[in-house]
Design a protein around this ligand. Sequence first.
Ligand SMILES: [Zn+2]
Ligand SMILES: [Zn+2]
Length: 380
Amino acid sequence: MAPSNSKVSECLTDKSLAAVLPEPNAPLEIQELKIPEVIDGAVLMKVSNVGVCGTDVHLWHGKLSGVPYPLILGHEVVGTVERVGPGDTRDLNGHEIVEGDRIAFHDVVDTCYSCWYCLIAKAPTKCPHRSVYGITLDSTKWPYLIGGYSEYLYLKPRTQMIKIPEHVTFDDAIFAGCALPTAIHAVTRSPLRWGTNVAVQGAGPVGLMLTILAKINGANTITTIDRSIERLKFAEEFGATHTLNIEETSLDERRDLVRDISEGHGPDIVYEATGNALAVPEGIELVREGGTYTICGQYTDSGGVEVNPHYMNRKHLDIRTVWGTETTHVYQAVRTIADNVDRFPLRKLVTHHFMLDEAQKALETQGSQKSLKAVIQPNE
Ligand SMILES: [Zn+2]
Ligand SMILES: [Zn+2]
């Protein structure tokens, strides 16, 4: 048997089961795929946990453009290193990657860092060369195992990996895959600091991560808004000082409350994390004069909505939007989880676990919002 720190693996299998989405709106199919040779700089990950993202549900319904089908879904993936290619492969801290390491990774690969968007505009999330595991990589092309709904995931050379500290469970770490980096990116685009009054529209995974980040950053008040009683309870547990249920309050009542708790001014920052276009005019209404509105929940096209530009102009608003994540946001997400896991046990937000052959059920459960976060464990 190879020593535990050896890169020479005695892998027992050369095949992996994966749940494949053949085409939009079709049921997932369990297929057996060949594991390719692990080349220099690449890593074969044994998938422990893969989160079912709202984006996966949209991909199932064919609502994102530029996506190749058949597709292996899954971009929120954590697991253990099964095999490492020859040569020297290191994580973001410069530590050598070896078999048995528990790792997370940035789901975006191939950002070129040499085009106009990467170098001049300093907007690498708009790099035209980037591709995303479980979303835009083609599962009919090498290295085939490119989504997390699979026993094994092939991490291509140049994938940015980070080791997960021992005290962080895989259910905690799953939030470093997508929801927390997205929230961190939104925070970096807004003036969040000690004493700020914050409102968060939406208490799904991204909204709850924004609630937590507002708390960690010392926000004075944090009002989280949703229509689910269960999700608002999570918000209270994870940092919200106030919650508002849109089923039980009118827009006027919500605006009055957020003003009452901020000396009559309204929130300095409102974050949108709903995926519902109707939230946007409300957010513009709730934010204070001269405040910041940061939109990060509109990843799929949920239609147009009417806004009055004069009202926005007169309010002297700073309106920001957020697209995708950079490696630094994933790195900060793993650190944030590791440093706060006792205060904010994110694993409690994983409300449902599924096996690989239940992937379709996992997708439907997340789609119906019965779960806050559904997780598939392909090797259980
Ligand atoms: Zn580029
Ligand atoms: Zn996601």
